[in-house]
Design a protein around this ligand. Structure first.
Ligand SMILES: Cc1cc2nc3c(=O)[nH]c(=O)nc-3n(C[C@H](O)[C@H](O)[C@H](O)COP(=O)(O)O)c2cc1C
Length: 143
């Protein structure tokens, strides 16, 4: 049983490339220890991260991430339990934002988050759209 969570957050620090690399390296190392996989992307002071793994590890990491003063969450969704991981090989893959533009990631996420705020889609529709997007990212990045 795999627990998973996706969020966007606004950074409260000016992250330069070096800080970003450090944050990513520390995250990847810790995630390996706690059997967590996922990806992180960053653009215009906005992080988007997806994490998946065992219940205990994911719940603890969500708590840590929410407490972290370097950013604050804008949108987040706890996804339904899944049978398999989507990003099994990546303890925390850093995805360059530009490579996500081609698959319409930004527009899609904006639409999904807008729709959550305005209750345009049902919860089921939101989850379905997010899962479609995650599958697409996972398969695109494997190539
Ligand atoms: C955008 C962002 C993403 C993060 N991603 C992870 C992550 O994937 N894994 C992780 O262990 N910590 C991550 N962190 C750090 C946690 O918020 C927290 O600092 C860390 O888990 C605490 O670890 P410690 O108890 O070993 O100091 C992230 C922080 C930020 C700001």
């Amino acid at each position: 049983m795999i627990y998973s969570y996706i969020y966007s957050s606004a950074s409260d620090e000016n992250f330069n490339e070096e800080q970003l690399i450090k944050l990513h390296e520390a995250a990847a190392q810790k995630n390996k220890e706690f059997d967590i996989s996922g990806y992180l992307t960053f653009k215009n002071d906005i992080f988007i991260q997806y994490i998946e793994g065992p219940e205990k590890s994911i719940k603890q990491l969500i708590e840590n991430i929410k407490k972290d003063k370097r950013h604050h969450i804008k949108h987040d969704i706890v996804l339904p339990i899944r049978e398999d991981r989507l990003f099994g090989d990546w303890s925390m893959r850093y995805i360059d934002y530009n490579s996500l533009i081609e698959i319409g990631y930004h527009e899609l996420l904006e639409t999904i988050f807008f729709s959550i705020d305005n209750q345009i889609f049902s919860d089921e529709e939101v989850i379905q759209k997010i899962n479609q997007m995650l599958h697409q990212i996972a398969s695109t990045m494997k190539e």
